[in-house]
Design a protein around this ligand. Sequence first.
Ligand code: PHE
Length: 346
Amino acid sequence: MTEQHSLITALRELQARAESELGAITDLQQLEEWRIRYLGTKGALTMALKDLGTIPKEDRPAAGQTANTAKRTLEAAYDRHLAELRQAALATGLSAEAIDITLPGRRPQLGYSHPVRETLQDIIRIFGSMGFSVAEGPEVEWDRFNFELLNIPEDHPARDTMDTFYVDVPGGIVLRTHTSPVQARVMLSQRPPVRVIAPGRCFRRDQEDASHLSYFWQCEGLAVDRDVTFSDLKGVLASFADQILGCKVRFRPHHFQFTEPSAEFDFSCLVCGGKGCRTCKYEGWLEISGAGMVHPQVLRNMDYDPAVYSGFAFGMGPERITMMRYGISDIRLLNANDMRFLRQFA
Ligand code: PHE
């Protein structure tokens, strides 16, 4: 046995240094640098192993054993340290993302329908039960549908009653001033019998006040068939008034270009039951909108023969009905989106 070869001493020192450095390592980046430094392909231990071949033959077994022990020990220490660091990183992450279950919860904000929407649903349901289906048309409408086909030619004074937003393009486009253009759209696309309602938003350059909005809802109604009469119109609207608010309906003579004869219709005041009060300005009645028998010229415009077919049409204001229903005195409240007001209908 010769004296212990110096390579053995060097290996032991190397192992000791590596172990003490490892003990001080606190993050994965440092650990990886350590692994490369000692165990990597060009690491200190790997280099020392290469030197084994250069030492005297009799020293090789002892040196080889020392080298193997160092390698196994350092690899095991590395694995343990890696596991510890990963565990620690996980624990830090968990505590940083922890949910504090002692905090008060956030109440879910439940939505609910706007009161006008509720009224529209009721209108659709009631007319639905009388056989009317729902038709729709665009809010940005051709002049032809909004006016011409409804017997309101250009320069006719009837246009003055509907302050219109015109879009300046050839062919004439408007923001529809009423839902009546849907009458034309429906009649041009189908043959009688026709029985539809058409709820939708309308626009007028009106000065807004307690009873006027510049954009508002209407609900149109149209029925065309053989032998449709004014009493059918009255019966349908009387039944509707009774079902939606439990009130009565009255007709007053009026003029519309697209109906003949025409009428405006009122609902009896819910506040006073028709006796007269401040809400109805001591009339006992509140105006809902217009109605009448479809004008023969309008039928002809749709290629319906007025000698065979007749029909009635009506329009109504869902905001007005909503106001009556809840005793709301200013229509602007319905468009203002003030939650203090709207929450009452939750
Ligand atoms: N479109 C008319 C308006 O806005 C109401 C109406 C509809 C009148 C249907 C008669 C028939 O004033």
